[in-house]
Design a binder for this molecule. Sequence first.
Ligand code: PLP
Length: 389
Amino acid sequence: MKLAERMGRLGTESAFDVLARARGLEAQGRDVVHLEIGEPDFDTPAHIVEAASAALRDGHTHYCPALGLPELRDAIAEYISRTRGIDVSRDQVCVSPGAKPIMAWTIQALCQEGDEVICPNPSYPIYESMANFVGATVVPLPILEERDFRFDPRDLQARLSPRTRLVVLNSPANPTGGFLDKTDFEAIADILRDHHCMVLSDEIYSRILYAGEHYSIACEPGMRERTILLDGFSKTYAMTGWRLGYGVFPRELVPHIDRLAVNSVSCTASFTQKAGVAALNGPQGPVEAMVAEFKARRDLIVEGLNSIPGISCRLPLGAFYVFPNVKQLGLSSKALADRLLEEAGVAVLAGSAFGDHGEGYLRLSYANSIPNIDKALERIAALASRLVA
Ligand code: PLP
């Protein structure tokens, strides 16, 4: 079969590959601790499940507008206005099946051959994959451990060119847990204001934060009309499998996103959207409880990793990932991740799966129980001691 040439440029997410390999080992009777996949291990809060059940019973089982139910778009506009302190209205909101399509649609609508897309590196692999797919050139922006996994604004400045079409920002960040504060965004906005590029601000982890306050680049003067703000329900409300996300767009982009949605998904499931309304407008206690539990697990895993000779780990401020430095263990990230899975029964991701600047690191998701994290730490320590011996 002859595939289109662009298929050769499409990447993937290694989390799904590693998960499949781990499941294969489990099928052979092996015990594997899963620290590879980025999804809360909590159940979706009961009132959200109930709202979806009620919607199904009430017949919300048909096509609906491509950009989403007006009721949900209103709830999202109100939520973003309140949490980001900016004025957003329904006509800027596009609902999608998961937040991922917002990346694809944004990049398809804005970028083409000859354009440059600045992506943090390491970062969520789909930005780069989609940019390559549409023929744009990816310009990596190094994320630095010594800056607590932020980038140096001077590096951003140096990478901007007349061809820069899009800059991707992600805070709190996958895979590092890094966090950009208001001062960082002020510096970034000062640099970007002189350029005509757009910004994709991935804020999917905005509520999974252990210190400080979430801040959006869209709050900076002059940036809102150039920012696509991506957020969703997967992480905040433990709804990964529901597939519900959204983007807040500059108004002139919305009709184009509408057409991309019609061409690709038609619409997002309407009973899922009804559940989204319940999530945003209902009690937020379950989110707070989940974040408190993540914080306890973060503290445990960071302390445990730092006690292993050859591994050092910064304390991340957000998301549910740690990104330990494993350079002293003397293996490539990929070789170490493979041995951890095959020899030790711990599924983790190689930092290099998130870009070249992730080499020398692993990504561990601590969206798993404390007993399982303890078990994983013991197994990692045992393999590390063999490697440094
Ligand atoms: N953005 C980042 C940074 C992510 O880590 C993820 C999922 O892992 C997504 C977006 C995608 O979210 P969704 O599952 O809602 O498509």
